[in-house]
Design a protein around this ligand. Structure first.
Ligand code: ZN
Length: 204
């Protein structure tokens, strides 16, 4: 069985590489189905161990294959964002954004490859996205709100971009260390610990 254990360092060039579409013939191959299972396993297993382990609830809401070094156009999204006891996990193969609304939402984002770093990103409120599922069935859907934000974050990954590239001031990304999480949650709006991520950014 294929297993994936490590996320890439934010300076890794694979995070800056465009992941190309997989052909439907390749998608059917056992080795690629096993890669999809390994990505799902990574999503479910991380920070979700021991007594609190809940196989049904992932702790990452999104993962793109190149974040863990798999150079295929695959991402996983949990559309039950912020619904603590539920999950709604989808595997999107060959996702492409066909249309974006001009209206945007500003939301706080984080990333598996940038632990403890957060920042507000403006993204289109609505998008149309095409993809196939792991069995090759094709879809075009309109995503709105959180789902739109999440899918745009993941498709950015597959196109070689990170959320920090879209920060209005990358010199002032929010820094929330693990030990500061409780303090941060008490008063997130007035958080004043920042980190400069500009050396990690790429221009859009
Ligand atoms: Zn990410």
């Amino acid at each position: 069985m294929t297993t994936i254990r490590t996320r890439l360092d934010p300076t890794d060039e694979r995070l800056r590489t465009v992941c190309k579409d997989i052909s439907l013939r390749e998608l059917r191959l056992k080795k690629n189905q096993q890669v999809i299972d390994a990505l799902l396993e990574f999503v479910y297993a991380r920070n979700n161990k021991g007594e609190k382990h809940n196989r049904k609830k992932p702790t990452i809401i999104g993962l793109s294959a190149n974040q863990v070094g798999v150079m295929e156009r695959i991402c996983i999204v949990d559309l039950a964002v912020r619904r603590n006891n539920y999950s709604d996990v989808h595997v999107l193969i060959n996702p492409h954004i066909l249309w974006k609304s001009k209206t945007t939402n500003l939301r706080k984002e984080g990333c598996v490859n940038l632990p403890n770093v957060w920042g507000y990103v403006a993204r289109s409120q609505k998008i149309d996205v095409s993809y196939v599922d792991r069995w090759g069935n094709a879809y075009t859907v309109r995503a709105v709100g959180w789902a739109a934000t999440l899918i745009q974050h993941e498709v950015d990954h597959l196109n070689g971009y990170l959320f920090i590239d879209r920060l209005s001031d990358p010199k002032k990304a929010l820094l929330v260390r693990d030990e500061d999480l409780v303090a941060y949650k008490k008063d997130p709006k007035n958080w004043n610990t920042f980190t400069d991520v500009s050396r990690l950014c790429r221009s859009l």
